[in-house]
Design a protein around this ligand. Structure first.
Ligand code: PMP
Length: 326
């Protein structure tokens, strides 16, 4: 639980300052820490960009109080923006392709946002187009566009990263994070490399995703079940800067699923599949450091657990791997 020693005036003030918890299944000589983003009010890392981006856009005058935020989103971002929008006096409309999780759409609706579905066949591209059309039709509406807006990266550079470095007194050897928009990893990486240019930076993607192409690696495009990370078209990942990244590690659906079930059963973490994938990669990086294969400034690896497994119970996340992927 976020620690606050006085009453707060809005749930928005509980965004961030999430706990950093050491993983028990780490090698003896190298610690692995996970930032538990499920402790945010909307239970995901995206509450940070909701609060940070909308506050910054209001401050800059990109939008006025009473204006409308229109964002194409598959889920967690909508929840994060919905919470912040209502608390900051803004309206919110989310354009969501039909196939995405019903739970997430119900939460956006409950938080006072309007949800508009676009045909599954039109993909995320169709949702983006519709969002821009809608914003053009409305007075004082903006599309924050998390995939291209530098405020997304900045939210993590200004909040997530300093929280981690303060908690560890700056003793960080490697940062490992899954990439969807890549805002989380880019914010962490920029901060980490400013503190120490030898910090090892690792991006995590599902097997079947194409992020590896940014480093000139071969990737075979395929479907994956891991939610929230990965890309099928690197042209959309405008925030990703390959110069800040040492490695891009693919993790299979099965390895991520094994790890998320282990994290629950052994360590009490109720986290989604992108956290499972991040944990697999972070533990592996720690093993390499322990074996002396990687030279890093400190014997500590940091990763991020972006959201909760409770958001995926209807998708049978805790049943067998076969049930989850069928
Ligand atoms: N995991 C989950 C569950 C997410 O919803 C997201 C956001 N798409 C991420 C990881 C990746 O975060 P980012 O967009 O900052 O790369």
């Amino acid at each position: 639980m976020t620690v606050h020693d006085r009453p707060l005036s809005s749930v928005l003030e509980t965004v961030g300052n999430t706990p950093l918890v050491g993983l028990q299944a780490a090698p003896a000589a190298v610690s692995v820490y996970a930032k538990l983003e499920t402790f945010n009010p909307g239970a995901s890392v995206k509450d940070r960009i909701g609060a940070y981006m909308l506050e910054a856009m209001l401050e800059r005058g990109d939008i006025e109080p009473g204006g409308t935020v229109v964002e194409p989103t598959a889920g967690n971002t909508g929840i994060g923006f919905a919470i912040a929008a209502r608390q900051l006096g803004l309206e919110a409309i989310f354009v969501v392709p039909e196939r995405f999780s019903v739970e997430k759409q119900q939460l956006m609706d409950a938080l006072g946002a309007r949800v508009i579905n676009t045909p599954t066949d039109d993909g995320m591209g169709g949702a983006i187009e519709r969002a821009h059309d809608l914003a053009d039709e409305l007075d004082d509406a903006v599309v924050p566009q998390q995939f291209s807006n530098p405020l997304n990266t900045e939210a993590h550079y200004e909040t997530t990263a300093p929280e981690i470095y303060d908690a560890l007194d700056g003793e960080v050897g490697a940062v490992v994070a899954g990439c969807g928009t890549a805002g989380t990893l880019m914010g962490l990486a920029r901060y980490a490399l400013e503190r120490n240019p030898d910090t090892h930076v690792v991006a995590v993607e599902p097997e079947g995703s194409l992020y590896g192409e940014f480093l000139g690696e071969e990737r075979e495009e395929g479907e994956y079940k891991i939610e929230g990370i990965g890309t099928h078209d690197t042209a959309t990942n405008e925030l990703f800067d390959p110069d800040l990244v040492d490695e891009i590690r693919p993790v299979s659906d099965e390895a991520a699923h094994d790890e998320l079930t282990r994290l629950a059963a052994e360590e009490g973490h109720l986290v989604g599949s992108s956290a499972g994938a991040a944990s697999v990669a972070a533990r592996d990086v720690a093993e390499h450091i322990a074996a002396g294969d990687l030279d890093v400034p400190a014997d500590a690896v940091v990763t991020v657990f972006p959201d909760s497994s409770e958001r995926y119970l209807s998708k049978d996340i805790y049943r067998s791997f076969e049930a989850w992927t069928s």
